[in-house]
Design a protein around this ligand. Structure first.
Ligand code: ADP
Ligand code: MG
Length: 680
């Protein structure tokens, strides 16, 4: 069996070298992957309607008999029409095909066919142009539509699928344990595979889909839960006291109630039976950093170490600055570890980390390097989690012995869904912004008002305040460096001559980026022109205005993140979205941005607009790519899968029992592409 699944797609009948390349392109290099290339949608041919009942201008399926062999009409050079009449016994309909001589031989007089196409005509006449057809013998009532690509049609994929099924044994080994399958009334694997690809009816399709979705979600939950499987380890890094009040005295501000609550929740975890696994969900600017700092402080006060990992160097350096300013006065040693440091600098840091002199380390992925060893790592914090994969988080945790884990989200995710996806994490919500924050005024304008907007920006700069400009994409395929520099030149020569403008783009070395950020935050620059590099986390409270060019290019969460760069101090802040886009979705997005600054509401809207597929893509959350389940639509099955996964792991933590081995193999397979060997 295993060998069949691993078999090269080219071994299938009808798949040659060229076509194999196309199959690889759609994600099916092997027979196994082909079988999991599920249809995007289906054409339902199973319930034909009468010609007179088909609504005009909509797709319908008609069962009708061909009245005469299609006749040929020569229109002009290169254009031949084929016309025929069909009847359902009550009404007739005219069919027209262009340049398709085959219909003459394929549509036989007196025979019955199913025709699928858009019904057109008027009260007295009915017609279809180039409808698909198949003999009305009931052979293929529901036709799968695969994600095709140039040169490889859905029909060709369907044919390869048929060839693959001929090789499949009658009984497939089913990863779902029999007992579970029967108890939950799920169909067998072979049956599910057949009916997902070649459904006998819509009902059978639903039965097949239910089973496959459940299996995929179960495997996902098993993977997520066993990545941690922390509920069964003991908390031997237990905190014995609560010194948060001491920490609060170090802060330049009074913590919000939400911050205090989150800190208390986390401390309760860390004093408990099992290591903490907690997600902090907070809107942009809600003060997550201070929460992390408090927990680091408490851990360090008990003689242990903490680590904070950020997705970019700019962010790591910013955190290092903030945290050292907060904690060093209390005698705590902090240090930075990022890729761009010299080998010597890194060596010093790793040595002092291993000896325990450094109590808090702040860094990027560099923290995951092999040479990084801790004396006693008790707390791992990851900031802006959707930039990290689940496996990366786990990798850092492996540097200690089941350390406490705190994950800080960049932007909110709808709560119900967060509960599902991070089922293994407890959640604290920062639902309160620090006092004195004013609503960020947001305007959407068209590009002809740009000059006026620039004038408005200048008024702010003239008062000693600062601003961000997110530059436009000038041409398709242009590097962000080119667009940033061109835009900067345009500003310097035009509206903003005489102002101090800095740039930030993806091609810059971390050290260069950092130097620019340092200049900006110390007020040596008035304006920072950037791509979305500044998107995540950057905190310069004196920056109060942000202009986003081509705002239609960004998703809601990203716009919200970008806007969150301002409104971090006491000054009233402004966000100006420039866009000439007309399409409805883009306009809706901009309207949402102007009407609310509540990150949780924006997350809900984002989910609605983008659909869950995008929202939960692996890019966003480091979760594996799902091939059939839909996290938002299949929420009931997700809950069920979560319960079953918990139960299973409770009984058999390593899935070692013979009836669980199939699931274990599937879990490995699903996470293979995400991870760094967390399962091997
Ligand atoms: P985020 O949740 O987006 O990571 P930060 O932790 O960067 O937010 O905090 C945003 C800004 O708010 C920082 O400048 C920080 O110093 C400030 N801040 C955080 N908590 C408070 C508070 N309780 N009162 C006043 N300012 C605060
Ligand atoms: Mg932050």
């Amino acid at each position: 069996m295993a060998s069949l699944f691993a078999m090269d797609i080219q071994m299938l009948k009808g798949v040659g070298e060229k076509r194999a390349a196309l199959f690889r392109k759609v994600g099916a290099p092997t027979v196994g992957e082909l079988l999991r290339l599920y249809p995007r949608t289906y054409e339902d041919w199973s319930s034909p309607v009468a010609i007179g009942e088909a609504p005009l201008n909509e797709i319908s399926v008609i069962r009708a008999t061909v009245l005469a062999r299609p006749r040929q009409q020569y229109i002009r050079k290169g254009m031949t029409l084929y016309k025929t009449e069909v009847t359902d016994g009550v009404r007739d309909m005219t069919l027209t095909y262009f340049n398709n001589p085959y219909v003459q031989s394929m549509l036989q007089e007196g025979k019955e066919y199913l025709f699928r196409g858009k019904m057109q005509g008027n009260l007295t006449r009915r017609e279809m142009t180039a409808p698909d057809f198949s003999p009305a013998d009931g052979s293929a009532p529901i036709v799968p539509v695969y994600p095709q690509t140039e040169g490889l049609s859905s029909r060709q994929i369907g044919n390869a699928m048929k060839a693959a099924f001929q090789l499949l044994p009658e009984l497939l080994r089913d990863p779902l344990p029999d007992e579970m399958r029967q108890r939950l009334e799920l169909c067998q694997l072979r049956f599910a595979m057949e009916n997902i690809h070649f459904p006998g009816s819509m009902e059978l399709l639903e039965i097949a889909r239910r089973r496959l979705v459940f299996e995929e979600l179960l495997v996902l939950q098993l993977g997520l839960l066993s990545l941690k499987s922390r509920t069964r380890v003991e908390n031997h890094l237990r905190l014995t006291q609560d010194v948060s009040e001491e920490f609060y005295r170090l802060l330049p501000f009074t913590p919000t109630n939400a911050q205090k609550r989150a800190i208390a929740e986390a401390l309760t975890d860390m004093q408990g039976e099992a290591p903490m696994s907690r997600l902090i969900q907070g809107d942009v600017g809600s003060g997550k950093t201070a929460v992390a700092a408090a927990l680091c402080y408490c851990v360090i006060r008990e003689g242990m170490q903490a680590a904070l990992m950020a997705p970019t160097e700019v962010l790591a350096r910013q955190h290092a600055k903030t945290l050292s300013a907060m904690l060093e006065p209390a005698g705590i040693r902090t240090a930075l570890l990022v890729g761009s440091m010299t080998a010597k600098q890194k060596r010093t840091v790793t040595q002092e980390l291993a000896s325990g002199e450094i109590q808090l380390i702040i860094g990027t992925h560099a923290l995951l390097t092999e040479g990084v060893v801790f004396q006693k790592l008790a707390l791992v914090v990851t900031d802006e989690q959707h930039r990290f994969g689940v496996a990366q988080r786990a990798a850092l945790a492996q540097k200690g012995e089941n350390p406490h884990l705190l994950v800080m989200s960049a932007t909110p995710i709808p709560r119900t869904l967060a509960l599902m996806i991070f089922g293994d994490l407890d959640i604290s919500i920062l639902d309160e912004l620090p006092p004195g924050r004013q609503k960020i005024e947001t305007f959407a304008i068209t590009s002809d008002k740009r000059e006026r907007a620039f004038g408005y920006v200048k008024k702010h700069l003239d008062r000693g305040l600062q601003g961000y400009m997110i530059c436009p994409l000038i041409e398709e395929g242009q590097s962000d460096m080119a667009s940033v520099t061109q835009y900067r030149d345009m500003l310097e020569e035009g509206a903003f001559s005489g102002y101090r403008i800095g740039i930030l783009h993806g091609r810059m070395k971390p050290r260069e980026k950092d130097a620019v950020m340092a200049q900006f935050s110390s007020g040596e620059l008035d304006l920072l022109v950037s791509t979305t590099v500044v998107e995540v986390g950057v905190d310069v409270p004196n920056a109060v205005i942000i202009v986003i060019e081509n705002a239609e290019r960004y998703g809601l969460s990203q716009l919200h993140q970008l806007r969150g760069r301002v409104g971090r101090g006491h000054e009233k802040s402004t966000c100006i979205l420039i866009s000439d886009a007309q399409n409805e979705e883009a306009v809706t997005r901009l309207r949402v941005m102007c009407s609310t600054s509540d990150g949780f509401r924006i997350a809900d809207e984002d989910l609605k607009l983008r659909g869950p597929g995008d929202f939960f893509g692996s890019r966003q959350h480091g979760l594996p790519q799902l091939s059939i389940a839909d996290m938002a639509q299949d929420i009931t099955l997700l809950k069920l899968a979560q319960e079953e996964a918990r139960h299973l792991l409770h009984e058999d933590p390593d899935l070692e029992q013979p009836e669980h081995r199939g699931l274990r193999a599937e879990t490995r397979r699903l996470f293979e592409k995400v991870g760094d060997g967390a399962f091997t």
